[in-house]
Design a protein around this ligand. Sequence first.
Ligand code: HEM
Length: 393
Amino acid sequence: MLGAIKIDLNRNLGLFVGHVNHEVNVCFEQHFPSCKGIPCFCFITKSSVSHSPIDWTPVDLHETLLRVVAQASARIFVGYPMCRNEEWLECSTKFAIDVMTGGEKLKLWHPWLRPFAQYWIPEMRQIRGDHQRALDLLMPELKKRATEAKTTDTAPRQDMIEWMQQRAHKIGDKSFDYKELANLQMLTATAAIHTTRLAIIHALYDLAAHPEYIEPLRDEIREVTNDGSLQKQHLTQMKKLDSFMKESQRHSPPSVATYQRKAMIPIKLSNGFQIPAGTVVQCNTNILEETPSSWGDAHAFDGFRFHRMREAPEDANKFQFASPSYDSMQFGFGNDACPGRFFASNQIKIILSYILSRYDIKFEDSVKGRPKNLMFEVNVLADPTVKVLFKKL
Ligand code: HEM
């Protein structure tokens, strides 16, 4: 599976910008409130024309963005038309929640008892059910593709189903079957959807809390796209947006601890520190105090700090949202850093630029400042009770 993400997905990112953008458009049109305010009747022209400019629509970002991110990701994971299959979207998004809740409940049991305890925990039973359901839902598509491959000369599709099958075929993996493919699709969706959605919600909370960034970001989007259709190079050129996303993630990482590893052999570090075999280590991702002094005020929300840092020609390609470093480990680090981070970066830019170009946003008047994040173990969550108000431009 990793090869399908690390190599095939990343190699084809440019190809997908149009597909993902199209899916985001479709999804917003179908599932996002119109946010146009209340239609007004014009007494001079005697027609119902404009919309009240003062009306703002509250939007539950957690729910709406789950749908947008799931559908846009599915466009690349399972292709069209599966990406619009309601049952598939529901199954692939629910699976991650069952895994998280089931895992937490399982941890309450002694490790020796867990193999038996799994049969008592409802979410663990649901996970097995989700796997079967995913297979049942994918089956018609997989059979259709198998028939097409035998009977037509059409070029293979470019999506994760195809790459996973091709990779398994190439290495002669006999254990890879439709069931395995469906399980891998569920795992990919789990790694991708909730993390990406959360990063977008955090960024929108930061935008609503710091509205002075809205106009400069909108200007950048207008400038690079020239009001035309979105291309891969436009996303690379959105450096202010990239910087804003990275700053938002610096303040609200997905988790306060990443780079979780288990030492399989005893390790002695260069400073003499010993890590015995079997020890689980993880790195603190969110110590703002440890931010390098060259980055400026560590605690301030400075949305364009990384944009300024990239202005030096030798640093032009550093400090990007998807570039992990010792000082920026929100995607992990090293060979096993998140392989989906480039895809996530593109998706977040596509969705944020869609929103910024079409809507004004702000918090409800009752929300003062940036809502505090919630913690669930090491995970950093955006407060789900907060609603952001949207108004069509
Ligand atoms: C903002 C969105 C995302 C965040 C914050 C995020 C974060 C992470 C982190 C912290 C890790 C662990 C890395 C390590 O241990 O060094 C990880 C692993 C992983 N991520 Fe992401 N991720 C995101 C989006 C995605 C997407 C879109 C995909 C799929 C297309 C994906 C697929 C994976 C996979 C497969 C792994 C496991 C890699 C391995 O075991 O070697 N992630 N991610």
